[in-house]
Each structure stands twice: as C-alpha cells, then as structure tokens.
Design a protein around this ligand. Structure first.
Ligand code: PEP
Ligand code: MG
Length: 582
C-alpha cells in the first residue's frame, strides 16, 4: 500500500475492548444548511412540522425496538427519553407559535429553538450534561432531515470501521445492525452513551481522538485497538500482520481461557484469590456468569440506574437488587450505595468549584438521608439469600462510617417493625479511596466487615492528579512508589484486624499489576467482567511466594520506572509463555 498517511498512530481513549481491522466508513453527518426563508402558508408549514415529528418518532420507535432487543429495556430507555422530547408539548407549541409569528421556514425555528436547549446544557460543568446535549443534537437533526424529506444513510456494504466526529447512541445501535466492526470518534468520553452502548454490543471502540476524521480518507484502512485506546491508519504490511495475528490469537486465547471457567483463581502454591467482577450495566451479568466470576465485587448503583432521570423508588431498586442476588447466589453481590457527585451528575442543580473535592459519595448521602435510607431499605429487603454485602464510597472519617451504620440500623428496625425479613448478618464495608482512610486503614477496618481499595480515586487524591484530565495523564501513575506503599499499608492494617481486603479500581484489572497485587496480600480483586478469564489465568500461572518477593522488591524502589520495569520483566519471565501476550 502506498498511501501518504501510512502507519499513522492516533491515541484516544479505549471505550470498548477488542481489536478490529477494516476499511473505513467515514460517517459525516451532513451539516444541514438552514435557511431563514419567509413562508406564506403557515398551515402548510405547521402540517410539515407535524409530519416531520411523526416520521422522527417512527424512526426512533424502530431504533428503540432494536435497542430493547440488543441491549435490554433499561439501556434502551435512552431512546424512550428522546421520543419523549418529541412529545414535549411546551417545545412543540413554542415552535408552532414562532412559526405563526415569525413566518419563517420550520427548520429554521426548530434549529433555533432546540439549539437554545443545547446551549444551556453545554454551559453545564458536568461532562454528563454536555454528552446529553449530543443526544438532543440527534433529535434536532432528525426533525430537520425529515422536514427536508431526506433519508438516514446507513447502508454499509462491507465490514467497516465507522469513523465519525461523534456518534449518538442511535447511530451506534443502527451501525451494529449492519456491518460495523469498530468505532472511532473525534469526541466522546468513557461515560458517553455511545461508548456504553459499544461496550454492551461488544464492538471495539476508541473515542476522544481529537482530529482523527481530518486525517482519514474514504479509501483508508484502519486498526481500532480498544484495549490500548488507539487507532492506526493504513498500517504497514508488518503492522497489519502483527495485528491480524493478534486478532487470531485473541480468538484462540478466548477459546482456551473459557476452559478455566469453573476453576478457582488459585496460585500454583495454593493461595486462592476471590476473583470478582465490577458491574456498570445490568446486561453485563451475562458476561459475569459466562466468564465464571466468583461474584460481583462492585455494583456501581449510580451507573445501573443512570438512564433514568430520577432516583428509582424503593420497589424498583429492591426488584433490581433481588434479581441480581438471585442470579448470582450463592456467590457474593457487593452493592455500593450511590456514589453521586464528582464526574457523576448530581440530581440537583449544584455548581461546585471542585466537584471531586465536593459533595460526593457518602457526604451527599448523609446530607440526603431520605434518599440514602430508600436505597438501604431496598438492599436489606433483597438480602434474604444472604449473599448481599453493602459497600460505602468516599469514606474519609470514622464519623461517616458510624453515621452510616446508625442509618442502616434505623432501616433494620423499621423493617423489623413492618415484619419484613432481611439478612440479619448482612456485612457492611467501605471503599478506601481517600488518603485519610488509607492512613487510618487499621482503625477504619475495625469498624467494618471488609474494605475495598478504590485505586481510581485513591491515585488521584494521593498524587493530586485529576483522573480524567488528559494533560496530566502521564502523572497518573498506578506504579508510583507512594501508591504501592499505600496499598501495602492498607492491606497490612486491614489484615491486622482480620478484615477482608479487596481492590475494585481499574488497577486490579491491569495484567501487569496482578502479580504485584497478589504478592501484596489482597484477598480479592474485582475487575471488569471481560477481564476475568485473563486475570484468572495470570493468578493460576504464578506462585504466591514469587509474587511476594516481587512485591518486596517493588516496595524498596523509589521511582515509578523501576517498578514498572520490574513488573514487565516478571511478566516476560514468568507469564509470557503461559499467557501469550495480547
Ligand atoms: C475507584 O475509585 O477505584 C472505584 C472503583 O470507584 P469509581 O471508579 O466508581 O469512582
Ligand atoms: Mg471511586
């Protein structure tokens, strides 16, 4: 291949794991030209508006049905919300009134009116609101396209990688129905709905690629590496071969690993680790079971209900938790109470200068006791199979633990009075993700039944590096000596009190980190469901005594480089053959 843009590597964010290689399909959403022409027949214009809204609804209903089939009802609710906007009488009446008064073509008024909504959302500080503004963009363009009587272009003849500035959840679902093998977008973050949909559909995706669309031409070929979060435009023959080999190895590897499904995650010298999964989407429960996890080590409850625009009531929560607990029993289900705030949107209109240092997790819950108790009651009611544990996020003081436990006790008393049964021995644990909790891990552990290290936040607070800021991302180091020593301290202190110590941050799913984490003495790790087989294979390939001496060496080092080099070396010596590297 002799192309000018050969072998160009662009780094973004891995939004959905997997690798694919195919011809590109440049999905340029046509920028509809909006004229502000004057109309003479108001009735005709209003009839055209109604017709366009009717067609848009019909399209979205079809997408909704497809999404229910592919993603399940809860996730498909994104589209239901879009359909509801088309039914919003205030919006539609305002548009109609303006057409009557201003006598301009309907597309002009639709564009102007919906853009006003979007501007408001874009002014919000929360990334979530900005991303929802993309969903509104989809509705706006859909109505305008229908006013112009154009059809959505989605016909793809061959297997392709869809390249776009941004993708809406609707685009993602529709492309999955044709032959999309991967997605690569200029914009978007991990929390965008399009990324979540791609993950659920198991299609590799990389987002946040900045100006990738400007560098890619219609006849290019592209590799999407959703593991590393990068794309390679027109790979050279060698790189192409390297990746095609990787794709084949991945498939073979998956097949081989599935043999371990019913085997424990035990080291060669007999130390068994509870290998659990993190759950962000209810649909992931299938992968959790298929991959043979020992349970769920973290349910991000604020995520599983994120498609609803208000907090679910006690009964809805109860049914959701009960179904998960039944599905998993006798395996454990660790339900983390709502960790709202930070980068996760607050239900109220609160502007905070530093949301990550603000009203987040347990701080928010203790200030909103009614909401907290609703969730606690729902969890308790669902606990009859005795496999549910309660976990509290963002704990920074013993007072917060005690206040939470008092509220749990209050809920138990209420339920007893109501003659509602629950697990009397339900265990309560905390996440250790704030440095104060790490420093006092021993004392904190005495108050609870288990602790789980949340490295995603612990690293950001320990090193003062925003976990979502690309500019400082190379300072966000999981192998910083201070991070390793802090993890060691938490485990040691927790063990002094015989408290069960787990880790559920992303670090637990880093293949390079696993031998070190086992060597540091963790009892359990909880990782994203897709990573269970490979992590199990790693644990089954190492001995605890080797892992311990690896950890001892890492605890002496003073620089990140020394630690990561040694872990790489360990990987090459002990694991390379066992786990053909992917
Ligand atoms: C963590 O902080 O490591 C964690 C697991 O919680 P979250 O990523 O949801 O903040
Ligand atoms: Mg956290």
């Amino acid at each position: 291949m002799n192309k000018q843009n050969q072998n160009i590597l662009i780094k973004g964010i891995g939004a959905a794991p997997g690798i694919s290689f195919a011809k590109v399909y440049l999905y340029a959403k046509e920028k509809e030209l909006i004229s502000d022409a004057v109309i003479t027949d108001v009735d005709e214009a209003i009839a055209a508006l109604h017709d366009a809204i009717f067609r848009s609804k019909k399209e979205l209903n079809k997408i909704f049905d497809l999404a229910v089939y592919k993603l399940g009802e809860k996730r498909a609710a994104i589209f239901e919300a879009q359909i509801m906007i088309l039914d919003d009488p205030v919006l539609i009446n305002t548009i109609k009134e303006r057409i009557k008064n201003e006598k301009k073509v309907p597309e002009y008024i639709v564009h102007d009116e919906i853009t006003k909504y979007q501007d408001l959302m874009n002014q919000a500080r929360e990334p979530y609101m900005k991303e929802r503004s993309q969903d509104i963009e989809d509705i706006k363009n859909r109505i305008i396209r229908n006013l112009k009587k154009k059809r959505w272009q989605s016909r793809i003849e061959e297997d392709v990688i869809v390249i776009a500035k941004s993708l809406t959840p609707a685009d993602t679902v529709l492309f999955s129905r044709v032959n999309a093998k991967g997605f690569a977008c200029d914009f978007g973050g991990l929390t965008s709905h399009a990324a979540i949909v791609a993950r659920s559909l198991n299609i590799p995706a990389v987002v946040g690629l900045h100006d990738a669309t400007a560098k890619i031409n219609a006849d290019d070929n592209v590799i999407v590496d959703g593991f590393r979060g990068e794309i390679i435009i027109n790979p050279s023959t060698e790189v192409e071969k390297e990746y095609l080999d990787k794709i084949i190895r991945l498939a073979q590897f998956d097949a081989k690993l599935s043999v371990l499904k019913h085997e424990p995650a035990v080291t060669t010298d007999g130390r068994e680790i509870d290998l659990m999964a993190n759950l962000d989407l209810l649909e992931e429960i299938e992968i959790v079971k298929e991959n043979g996890a020992d349970g769920i080590g973290l349910v991000r409850t604020e995520q599983i209900f994120s498609s609803q625009d208000q907090f679910p009531d006690e009964d809805i929560q109860y049914e959701t938790y009960l179904k998960l607990a039944d599905d998993l029993a006798p395996n454990k289900l660790i339900i983390r109470v709502f960790d709202i705030g930070g980068d996760k949107v607050l239900p109220f209109d609160v502007k905070e200068p530093n949301p990550f240092l603000g009203w987040r997790g347990i701080r928010f819950l203790l200030d909103n006791k009614k909401l907290f108790k609703t969730q606690l009651r729902a969890i308790l009611r669902a606990s009859m199979k005795q496999n549910i544990l309660i976990m509290i996020p963002m704990i920074s003081s013993i007072a917060e633990i005690r206040s939470s436990k008092l509220l749990i006790e209050e809920c138990r008393n209420e339920l007893r009075q109501e003659n509602v049964q629950f697990d009397e021995n339900i265990k309560v644990g905390i996440m250790v993700e704030v440095p104060s909790a790490a420093v006092m891990a021993g004392e904190f552990a005495e108050e609870v039944d288990f602790i789980s290290i949340g490295t995603n936040d612990l690293i950001q607070y320990l090193l003062a590096v925003d976990r979502g800021n690309e500019i400082v991302s190379n300072q966000y180091q999981e192998f910083h000596p201070a991070v390793i020593r802090t993890i060691r301290h938490i485990i040691k202190e927790g063990k002094n009190d015989h408290t069960f110590v787990s880790m559920c941050g992303e670090m637990a799913g880093d293949t390079l980190a696993v031998p070190l984490l086992v060597g540091l003495g963790l009892d359990s790790i909880s990782v994203s469901p897709a990573m269970i087989p490979i992590i199990k294979k790693i644990i089954r390939s190492i001995s605890y005594s080797e892992a311990k001496s690896l950890a001892d060496k890492c605890l002496i080092f003073k620089t990140e480089k020394e630690i990561s080099n040694l872990l790489q070396e360990f990987n090459d010596v002990y694991l390379k053959d066992a786990i053909q590297k992917i």
